[in-house]
Design a protein around this ligand. Structure first.
Ligand SMILES: [Zn+2]
Ligand SMILES: [Zn+2]
Length: 324
């Protein structure tokens, strides 16, 4: 009877695991569809702007050239940032954070949480774990990846790996935004509204040309007006929903996940001041700030605390809720 119950338990766990995997695979499929739709939308907008608007509608050759050059610079920066966020693999913890085979066996064979914690504490002794600086916050361990989680590292269920300084998993990008691609994500959020503002202004100008009868070829009228409506709508959504939120988090040195979970609601040990927080993501060299190439500071597994280190030792509080 006991054996039968055990079998049911195993079957139930297996089914639960399969459901989770199926769910994740479904999420990944949906994300791939979304990425294809976004690329399709960008290509359509590109065609309307370049062909219907610039080539068929704008009457002056100088204006045509100016619009095309400006549009292509912004479009290139947008696509470059977008592709870098999508194709850059999320950074995983370095091997030094992996539990050794002997410690892993010891950890798995042990049932007492206290002893397990002791094994982890011993293994993490020489690792730069700031969340454990007061020795009161338990060591975070991912059983699946077999890593002692570095500071600000979380396991993403959709990607099924532990990711350094994870911000969030984005379905529109079919990727996790974390330490390795955070700067590209922020640049994408900056260049998209710039491109949309430019497209919206130029398509409004052309719509006025249609309404005032300054353009004789009316074939492109509908697509130009549609481009104006679409770019204006997306621009408002982007500025309102994303830019303020993400850039204010950069200046506070908080990730979206930490902010949503209220991890630093009382105290943020990583807050180094606006300027230094900005440089943590965009780097020290100003010439690289607005180019989609990696220039973030650090290695993603340890972070400077500055003066905060003394406060933590004094107050013994980093997180206002138990870390996962
Ligand atoms: Zn993990
Ligand atoms: Zn993910």
């Amino acid at each position: 009877m006991e054996k039968q119950e055990e079998n049911y338990k195993i079957i139930y766990i297996d089914e639960e695991k399969m459901d989770k995997e199926e769910n994740n695979a479904c999420k990944r499929r949906k994300s791939r569809v979304l990425v294809t739709l976004i690329i399709g939308l960008l290509v359509t907008c590109y065609y309307i702007f370049v062909v219907e608007l610039c080539i068929f509608t704008v009457p002056s050759q100088e204006l045509k050239a100016t619009f095309l050059v400006m549009f292509h610079i912004l479009f290139l920066l947008c696509m470059w940032s977008y592709l870098r966020v999508v194709i850059t693999p999320p950074a995983v913890p370095p091997e030094t954070f992996r539990l050794s085979e002997s410690d892993k066996q010891l950890y798995l064979s042990e049932e007492s949480p206290e002893v397990q914690e002791q094994i982890l504490s011993r293994a993490a002794k020489n690792l730069p774990l700031y969340y454990n600086i007061d020795s009161k916050t338990p060591i975070k361990y991912c059983r699946k990846c077999q890593f002692i989680k570095p500071d600000r590292c979380h396991h993403c269920t959709a990607c099924d790996i532990c990711i350094l300084k994870v911000d969030h998993h984005c379905v529109f990008l079919n990727n996790c935004v974390g330490f390795s691609n955070y700067k590209f994500f922020l640049l994408f959020l900056l260049y998209v509204p710039l491109l949309l503002i430019f497209t919206s202004a130029v398509s409004l100008y052309c719509s006025i040309l249609f309404w005032t009868g300054q353009v004789t070829n009316m074939d492109s009228k509908d697509s130009v007006i549609a481009l104006f409506c679409m770019s204006t709508m997306f621009c408002i959504i982007f500025c309102y929903r994303y830019i303020y939120e993400h850039y204010s988090l950069v200046l506070m040195n908080d990730t979206l996940l930490e902010f949503n979970e209220g991890i630093h609601c009382k105290y943020n040990p990583y807050d180094l001041g606006y300027r230094k927080n900005w440089r943590q993501v965009f780097g020290n060299k100003k010439r690289y700030w607005f180019i989609p190439i990696f220039s973030s500071l650090g290695d993603g597994s340890s972070f400077p605390l500055g003066d905060a280190k003394e406060d933590i030792e004094k107050n013994g509080a980093i997180d206002c809720q138990t870390s996962k």
